[in-house]
Design a protein around this ligand. Structure first.
Ligand code: CAA
Length: 278
């Protein structure tokens, strides 16, 4: 199957890798320029070559995965049977991307979005076909879950196709109706927000909050370290969607989270967050 992945950032390149290392899939990794798409492919190359040097895979395996990834702008997706959009988490950007894609791909191409919290129904508004959610988790080549989410117009056939594709990739799909944050982010991001509150109230240090949740709740990484990995701007955006859509004060983003975002301390991607990475 030929799959177009739109957006070559952390999620897009991770999703592209997950497809390219599965037999039977060919990936077209796209961004607003060929250079950006190449940047995503370089990230995949670094991950794969890292595994080669650890003796986890052979050089031949790594090169064969890379050979299944073509880079460019979305015009290269003409023959794709599936599009997985992982562009910016912005309604206008996602809707416009699909509007442009519907003139490029064939009528049977399935439109899937990796949105983490936006409405699937609204992303599909005004398009010639419905959209389905295919929500991966970071790092996408490793994490086993895919939330397969239905908007108002998503057909049962689309849900089945995406569940089957997820299983091909070695993932476990869960079916979710459209709702802000779906399942994981509705639970996970308020937990991170609460960890920010505990830190801002001076109850415990960053390190101790993370240690507490790693050792006391068996989480693989602590909530503040995870916030840095996800990106504090993304955590804030998800809290804002939860607060708006679910209309409850329990989802209000903590002012300290806003402050960190205003300071440009977005986590790993900017070199500073709750931890320093430089
Ligand atoms: N890309 C590709 N592969 C990666 C990777 C990456 N970014 N990071 C780690 N890996 C691979 C490693 O190569 C390694 O594979 P091998 O054993 O085959 O070599 C494997 O993952 C384990 O890695 P490590 O041994 O280096 O590290 P670890 O034991 O700490 O595990 C982890 C890494 C699985 C990512 C673990 O730290 C973890 O579970 N972290 C929490 C991740 C999480 O909660 N993600 C959800 C974020 S929320 C989200 O994504 C939703 C949203 O919409 C915001």
């Amino acid at each position: 199957m030929k799959v177009g992945v739109i957006g070559a950032g952390t999620m897009g390149s991770g999703i592209a890798q997950a497809f390219a290392q599965t037999d039977g899939y060919e990936v077209y990794l796209c961004d607003i320029s060929k250079e950006f798409a190449e940047g995503g492919k370089s990230r995949i190359k670094n991950t794969l070559y890292g595994r080669v040097s650890k003796g986890k895979i052979t050089q031949e395996d790594a090169d064969s995965v890379l050979s299944r990834i073509t880079t460019g702008t979305k015009e290269i997706c003409t023959d794709c049977q599936l599009i997985v959009e992982a562009a910016l988490e912005n309604m206008e950007v996602k809707n416009t991307t699909f509007r442009e894609l519907q003139d490029i791909v064939g009528p049977d191409c399935v439109f899937a979005t990796n949105t983490s919290s936006l409405s699937i129904t609204e992303i599909g508004k005004g398009l010639d076909r419905p959209v389905v959610g295919m929500h991966f988790f970071n790092p996408a080549p490793v994490m086993k879950l895919v939330e397969v989410t239905a908007g108002l117009n998503t057909t049962p056939e689309m849900m089945s196709t995406i569940k089957k594709v997820s299983e091909d990739l070695g993932k476990t799909p869960v079916e979710v109706e459209e709702a802000a944050g779906f399942v994981v982010n509705r639970i996970l991001i308020p937990m991170i927000n609460e960890a920010v509150a505990i830190y801002a109230e001076g109850i415990a240090s960053v390190e101790d909050i993370d240690t507490a949740m790693r050792l006391g709740a068996n989480h693989p990484v602590g909530p503040l370290q995870l916030a840095d990995i996800i990106g504090l701007d993304i955590c804030l955006a998800i809290m804002e969607v939860l607060a708006d859509e679910l209309n409850s004060t329990k989802f209000q983003p903590h002012p300290y989270l806003r402050k960190m975002v205003r300071a440009g301390k977005l986590g790993k991607k900017t070199g500073h967050g709750f931890y320093d990475y430089e």
